[in-house]
Ligand binder design. Structure first.
Ligand code: ATP
Ligand code: MG
Length: 275
């Protein structure tokens, strides 16, 4: 079963074909990577998959079902959670609070009448109910929030030395690497079907990168499906079951890491140009 299957995905920006007929699959428990030179369309592909951008053409299936709508929140609710290339955390919230945001997708007792949120005339109903519950929480709502905090702690414990001592620090005081760890924890706390990572080690030094690789290998061993964009090829080759290579908005090669590494088209388009 494929967690994600995209076919013929295309997106242009005022005439520039950033993504041009891309097809890609991520099976259950797999780690799949997209590599390619700067501007080859990797982030745009992730933005299309996660509903940040709307495609001009193509289909996106999650667990065999078309995305019901392509609003980022709905994509997240259907199990695709992501981190961003430039890192996105809320600077004036603590590490804990940033991660806690990821739990909100799964809240039931604290988010009644959720179905009405998408209804233009009834959208006020869930908002009102949530405010009332925040002021006068029911036992079920209290229990659910306590469980959510427990799940936040579990995620912090993935990075015990890094995030543990900083749980109550505001995110704007964090190092770049710790912001990325917070973002990953926020995605994971929602229990994603597919974790989408855009350059998770960007801005990390060699030892931080090695540490992140170890953490991603652990995640993979736990069965987490991942779609990864990364420039650090050693990490990609160690972690991935399958690698797609993009150039000029198209997939120019794909295969297991060992095959892609030696593909002449890849060496020319990517590896060759880099050295
Ligand atoms: N919102 C946008 N508006 C206009 N052009 C865009 C937009 N987003 C991306 N592009 C262009 O689309 C092309 C692909 O960009 P994209 O960010 O997907 O590349 P990338 O492979 O992620 O590159 P990098 O490795 O540098 O992150 C580039 O030429 C970029 O300038
Ligand atoms: Mg990018």
């Amino acid at each position: 079963m494929n967690v994600l299957e995209i076919t013929g995905l295309s997106k242009s920006f005022s005439g520039l074909r950033a993504v041009n007929g891309v097809g890609l699959r991520v099976a259950e428990h797999q780690t799949v990577s997209i590599i390619g030179p700067n501007g080859s369309g990797k982030t745009t592909t992730l933005n299309l998959v996660t509903g940040v951008l709307r495609p001009d053409a193509g289909t996106i299936l999650i667990n065999g079902h078309p995305l019901p709508a392509r609003h980022p929140e709905q994509v997240a609710a259907s199990g695709i959670l992501r981190t961003f290339q430039n890192g996105r955390v809320f600077g004036n919230l603590s590490v804990n609070e940033n991660i806690e945001i990821g739990t909100h997708l799964g809240l039931r007792a604290n988010r009644p009448f959720k179905v009405f949120a998408a209804h233009p005339l009834m959208a006020w109903l869930p908002m009102l109910a949530e405010v009332l519950l925040a002021c006068f929480p029911t036992p079920a709502a209290r229990r659910e929030l306590a469980e959510a905090q427990e799940r936040v702690n579990e995620q912090v414990n993935r990075f015990p030395e890094r995030l543990g001592p900083r749980q109550n620090h505001l995110a704007h005081t964090l190092s770049y690497a710790n912001r990325r760890r917070t973002e990953i924890a926020r995605s994971l706390v929602a229990g994603p079907e597919l974790l989408v990572l855009d350059e998770p080690t960007a801005g990390m030094n060699q030892s931080e990168t090695a540490e992140m690789l170890k953490q991603l290998l652990e995640l993979k061993a736990s069965g987490q499906a991942m779609l990864l964009v990364e420039h650090k090829l050693d990490l990609v080759m160690t972690l991935s079951d399958w690698v797609y290579v993009m150039d000029g908005g198209q997939v120019i090669a794909s295969g297991p890491p060992a095959r892609v590494r030696t593909d002449p088209a890849v060496i020319d388009a990517y590896l060759g140009r880099k050295s």
